[in-house]
Design a protein around this ligand. Structure first.
Ligand code: AGP
Length: 367
């Protein structure tokens, strides 16, 4: 097993460090003349132009990738997109139209609820595109179209590199959809595609920041309960950062859309409660900062993740982690790395079984 870990103490840390290679393997074969290519003969530009609503369905981390996909599809292509938890989708008689497209997201390709959601969509005559990591898995075999993520085997129960490349495929899809529908010019599409390819380089300094994140984790190691807040893409990342932290470090954690705080959660903010505020999106930056400030004034320890040039007013954050400037739409690719590392070091410092957290299985093949 030590050999398989390639010198890393845990599979999870190894897999986080494999993210640059996974991005290149997943994105570069799907770029031609600077434009994204889905490599699915049936999903022509004409077909993409006729899509009604995109439904993104998965469980856990895969569903969180779907949330980023929804935001990107709506922002870039202006096509309505819905995200569903597979176990909800399959039992709530979803409204599906023949012109819709269902995107099923799964690392293992074997998750029982996700497979059932896929079968339901197919039984309603709606085409299904699967974004899957395991070649030949049940979901890959049952779908109409497949876009594989090339993360390589993911052993740690906590999904990291697979999430990263699920995001990449969803961005490729959103970009092609936007281009096909004339929502993005060729020039703009090429710009985003080049930026997406460049993600493998953008995240390298974040991986190199691991000592800083480890130190940060050491300051939060005795946390009982914490909150993640953010808006837009940062909300989707809050959910994923929070899930990662709770599943492996056993720290209770909740994620909220920052604007929702006032509607209930703020009553839980007392002296010393950690609030992890994600503020990487320029259009809502000031709004999130103001929410962080509200928690700070109630005694919260605010750990703020923002970009290099963002102006952080006095008295908002206890600690600030800076990301490099990068396009806002693609920022989740950079932001997720320190969040994964934070969860990882919290779990290590708390003496948890990082790769095999209690009660969890890598693939949930029963309901
Ligand atoms: C991720 O860290 C989890 N262990 C879990 O939420 C996982 O993403 C979920 O069970 C879905 O698995 P799948 O991608 O293999 O379908």
């Amino acid at each position: 097993e030590a050999a398989e870990k390639g010198g890393y103490p845990h599979f999870m840390l190894k897999e986080i460090n494999e993210e640059p290679a996974a991005i290149t393997a997943t994105v570069s074969p799907r770029v031609e003349n600077g434009l994204p290519e889905l490599r699915i003969p049936e999903l022509t530009d004409e077909k993409l132009r006729s899509i009604g609503t995109v439904h993104l369905v998965g469980c856990g981390t895969a569903m969180h990738a779907g949330m980023v996909g929804k935001t990107a599809i709506e922002a870039l292509a202006r096509v309505p997109a819905e995200v569903d938890i597979a176990s909800e989708f399959r039992y709530r008689d979803p409204i599906l139209k023949p012109e819709d497209l269902v995107i099923i997201i799964s690392q293992s390709g074997e998750t029982s609820d996700t497979l059932a959601a896929l079968k339901l969509a197919k039984s309603r005559g709606v085409p299904v595109l699967a974004i899957v990591n395991v070649v030949g898995s049940s979901i890959a075999r049952a779908a109409d179209y497949v876009m594989y993520t090339y993360a390589g085997p993911e052993i740690a129960v906590a999904s990291t590199k697979a999430y990263m490349v699920q995001l990449c495929v969803l961005y490729l899809f959103a970009l092609r959809l936007a281009y096909a529908r004339g929502q993005l010019t060729e020039e703009k599409t090429k710009y985003y595609t080049a930026q997406l390819l460049h993600a493998s380089e953008v995240i390298k300094p974040r991986l190199a920041d691991c000592e800083q994140i480890k130190y940060l984790a050491s300051r939060y190691v005795n946390t009982q309960s914490c909150f993640f807040i953010g808006r837009g893409f940062d909300y989707a990342l809050s959910l994923e950062g929070s899930l990662k932290l709770k599943e492996i470090s056993y720290v209770h954690s909740d994620a909220y859309a920052a604007g929702e705080l006032k509607h209930g959660t703020i009553s839980l903010i007392t002296d010393g409660v950690p609030v992890i505020a994600l503020a990487t999106q320029k259009n809502v930056y000031e709004k999130t900062i103001s929410n962080a400030k509200e928690t700070r004034s109630r005694g919260a320890r605010v750990l703020l993740f923002t970009t290099k040039d963002a102006e952080v007013p006095e008295g908002v954050a206890t600690e600030v982690i800076r990301l490099d400037e990068y396009d806002d739409i693609l920022m989740p690719l950079q932001l997720i790395v320190p969040l994964q590392l934070f969860a990882y070091y919290m779990a290590v410092l708390r003496g948890c079984d990082v790769d095999k957290p209690r009660n969890l299985a890598k693939s949930v093949t029963v309901e």
